[in-house]
Design a binder for this molecule. Structure first.
Ligand code: FDA
Length: 306
């Protein structure tokens, strides 16, 4: 039953009609539990609150299904405005973004042009931009874009890799030539068993394997998970291998395991929360429900609340 619900939410997350409609609805169905608000102002105020608790952030101006050049340019403008707002407010946050929101489905050139504008701004403001990883269809091209931009912009840009993909270990080996700053995640999209481990135990095992590999290469790791087994394993592993706290951070999503976020920050680990904002919340929200169908109960409650 749970698997069925997961599949249903992942299927719904790709529904372009619902996505378009949701932009006009405002944050609904309890989406505000996972999305910081619709405006930059709301997002910055959330980051301030997190910073006051010793937690840093990465802001994401939500955007998916961008199929016109205008929308892609507008999305890049939002990213730039977000970087500027971070600098103006003096808050501790970097930026996360997706290649499809910058026009990857239109052309790689358009996406690169938008990325260069954003990275020029990030470099000027001494900030950092992380490229989220999307579904498998966009995986290789995203890796190629990252490689090109890493050559041009150095440590201003980072990438995400997904443990559920069979090829991830090979990717980590290949990317090692850049000594990259990677966010390591389990993976959030519905993929075919031809490219990704279907069983959760295999994904969990591979996740630990790639985290260890990346850390032992001496590279910076953003370990993005809410899974206590993984967090405890990492804590032990870094201690055993004398890996300094400055070589890694934990990351979690806004609104998920808030107490655990505070605990990790208090223990002295860098704790970064991914703070999404904007009106394009639908796909992101559906993927969060897919990860934990138990969240549906609270969604139903919020639907019947005035
Ligand atoms: P797992 O799914 O095993 O969950 C462990 C425990 O965490 C659960 O038992 C539950 O208690 C809690 N939990 C997990 N999800 C929850 C939810 N939605 N609501 C409430 N509790 C929940 N993926 C991707 O493909 N590309 C990307 O770029 C990113 N980026 C990214 C950034 C950050 C900061 C995070 C934390 C995650 C991502 N992800 C991602 C998502 C990631 O791939 C994965 O889907 C989720 O993190 C869930 O996996 P966990 O590692 O948390 O473990």
């Amino acid at each position: 039953m749970e698997q069925l619900m997961r599949d249903m939410f992942l299927f719904l997350s790709k529904n372009k009609v619902a996505n378009k409609a949701a932009k006009k609805w405002g944050l609904r169905f309890g989406a505000n539990r996972f999305v910081a608000g619709e405006t930059i102002k709301a997002a910055i105020s959330t980051v301030k609150e997190l910073n006051e608790k010793g937690i840093v952030a990465t802001l994401d101006h939500l955007g998916e299904f961008v199929f016109s050049e205008e929308e892609a340019i507008e999305s890049a403008d939002y990213c730039i405005r977000t970087l500027e707002a971070i600098a103006e407010a003096g808050v501790k946050s970097n930026l996360s973004l997706k290649m499809t929101q910058l026009g990857l489905d239109i052309s790689k050139e358009l996406c690169m042009k938008n990325m260069r504008r954003i990275l020029d701004c990030a470099k000027r403001l001494n900030n950092f931009v992380r490229i989220d990883m999307e579904d498998y269809e966009h995986n290789q091209i995203t890796m190629d874009i990252f490689s090109e931009l890493r050559e041009e912009y150095g440590e201003t840009v980072g990438l995400v890799v997904q443990a559920y993909l069979y090829k991830v270990e090979q990717d980590i080996d290949e990317l090692n030539k850049f000594k990259p700053n990677l966010r390591l995640v389990k993976g959030a999209y519905k993929e075919s068993p031809e490219v990704a481990f279907p069983a959760k135990e295999d994904v969990d095992r591979n996740f630990i394997k790639i985290i260890e590999k990346h850390l032992l290469y001496g590279n910076y790791a953003a370990i993005a998970t809410h899974d206590d087994n993984v967090i405890e394993h990492v804590k032990k592993f870094v201690k055993e291998h004398n890996i300094p706290f400055s070589q890694f951070e934990f990351q979690m999503l806004y609104g998920i395991r808030v107490q655990r976020q505070l605990e990790l920050a208090k223990e002295g680990y860098t704790m970064r929360v991914y703070v999404p904002y904007g009106n394009d919340w639908y796909g992101y929200f559906m993927r969060r429900l897919a990860e934990r169908p138990a969240n549906v109960a609270f969604v139903l409650k919020s639907m019947f609340k005035k």
